[in-house]
Write a protein that binds this ligand. Structure first.
Ligand code: GAP
Length: 435
């Protein structure tokens, strides 16, 4: 493993256009980040892989996209207004605020050594106002989890899809929390994306299905290339369970800053449906046609973070290798996640026939794969640049290509090169990339 791995990943992300500090020209805004050209591709690929695995590969899970802004009563009923807070202390001298869990015992400000106030609860939800008047009546929240958008649509799904139990809803979307914990790059941010499944089950089956979801979600990360030794399951102790959960297991990744949560898989029981039924006055029970019994299903919730997954995939894929006297930095991302699949590079950029042929090949490949064309450096420099962003195949066009109508294809991880006929190139890449 590379030394100072975290610093190296952060530096690569900025250097190559994966992730930038938000509002950087103004000095940045803490705990907020922007995804650049390669970052957004990687993020989209992570979301696509998740959606394919949980929506398209299941018969009983339906996709959803609910609003970020919801009726304020949702957050009363869900318990977030009363229970979703962190204990925080303020420094009496520099006025900075700290999460109590991050502070050492001696009650001193970690920044200036000043005295700290008693820890007080601060709700993590961002507040805003809807409409022209900024008063209590118009107070609304930015959602702190996507889950509630699925619970409040439970009846709509029953009425439109008529599903049998078990069935699930899946959603990817932004969530917001007023986090003050600094550091660790995109691990804990104020604005992030969640990938959540709410799986409605018969209460008797909840324990079994919870165990199955833990296994299935764990394997998702492994199948996308995360090394097994860097991933573990950690069941929650009773005192760390969220206010709605009967049981929960976290999938944790061994980040350079320690084992930390990527995803939590919880048994939320019938807490949410009951709370919303009571608060809205609507009957949110499920009617079982075969037994003619009406009851509240339990909910198994695999809830992961897009940004945390992206960070884990980046860290896990970062390699430094000695090649002759050079250091090669390469992102060995899974083929489904790599932002760029193919790069087409002319060996000599001062030979118009070679440049023209390379551009023509790139244009043709773009119809089927994410392909880039680059002629802004020597071939060594171009390879290094593509390795650093994890491009899977580099296609080089040289003088000989003009004669024999063949190109050199270089594989990212092995660096092995093969001569492939131009008219077979697409077929060759399809076989490699779609297998
Ligand atoms: N609906 C359940 C729920 O929201 P959570 O454990 O609070 O549970 C689920 O959040 C996932 O969302 C986490 O495992 C993590 O991946 C991501 N997440 C939560 N807070 C985050 C933050 N401040 N920054 C980035 N990701 C976060």
């Amino acid at each position: 493993m590379a030394e100072n791995l975290m610093e190296k990943v952060v530096s690569l992300c900025k250097r190559r256009g994966f992730i930038f500090q938000s509002s950087e020209i103004y000095g940045g805004l803490s705990n907020t980040w922007d995804y650049g050209p390669y970052g957004v591709e990687l993020k989209n690929n992570v979301k696509r892989a998740w959606w394919k695995s949980v929506v398209y590969e299941h018969n009983d899970i339906f996709g959803m996209d609910a609003s970020i802004l919801m009726h304020p009563q949702v957050w009363e009923a869900s318990g977030h207004v009363q229970s979703f807070f962190d204990l925080k202390s303020d420094c009496k001298s520099c006025k900075k605020r700290f999460k109590a869990a991050d502070l050492k015992k001696e009650n001193k400000c970690p920044e200036c050594g000043g005295q700290l106030t008693q820890a007080r609860p601060f709700n993590l939800m961002f507040k805003t106002h809807k409409g022209p008047i900024e008063d209590e009546e118009n107070l609304i929240y930015l959602r702190p989890e996507t889950a509630q958008g699925m619970f409040v649509n439970f009846l709509n799904i029953l009425d439109s899809k008529h599903p049998k139990l078990p069935f699930g809803l899946a959603q990817i979307g932004k969530a917001f929390r007023n986090e003050i914990t600094p550091g660790n790059f995109t691990f804990r941010t104020c604005e992030f994306e969640q990938m959540e499944i709410e799986y409605f089950v018969h209460p008797k089956e909840a324990a079994k299905l919870l165990a199955e979801w833990i296994e299935s979600r764990f394997n998702w990360y492994i199948n996308l290339g995360i090394s097994k030794e860097n991933l573990r399951k950690r069941p929650h102790t009773q005192d760390e369970l969220a206010h709605y959960a009967l049981a929960c297991t976290d999938i944790e990744y061994n980040f350079p800053f320690g084992w930390s949560e990527l995803e939590g898989i919880a048994n939320r029981t019938d807490f949410d449906l009951k709370q919303h039924a009571q608060a809205s006055g609507k009957d949110l029970r499920f009617f079982d046609d075969s037994t003619k019994v009406r009851f509240y299903p339990y909910i198994i919730e695999p809830s992961g973070g897009v940004d945390r997954s992206v960070l884990a995939f980046l860290v896990d894929a970062y390699f430094e290798e000695k090649v002759k006297d050079d250091l090669r930095i390469v992102l060995k991302l899974h083929k489904d996640l790599a932002p760029v699949k193919v790069a087409v590079l002319p060996l000599l950029r001062n030979r118009p026939e070679i440049v023209e042929l390379a551009k023509k090949i790139a244009q043709e490949l773009k119809k089927d794969f994410i392909t880039v064309y680059d002629d802004t450096g020597s071939i060594g420099k171009l390879y290094r640049r593509q390795d650093e962003v994890g491009t899977l195949y580099c296609v080089t066009v040289d003088v000989q290509s003009l004669e024999d109508k063949q190109v050199t294809v270089r594989q990212r991880d092995t660096m092995q090169q093969e001569r492939i006929s131009i008219d077979k190139l697409k077929e060759y890449l399809k076989e490699k990339l779609n297998s």
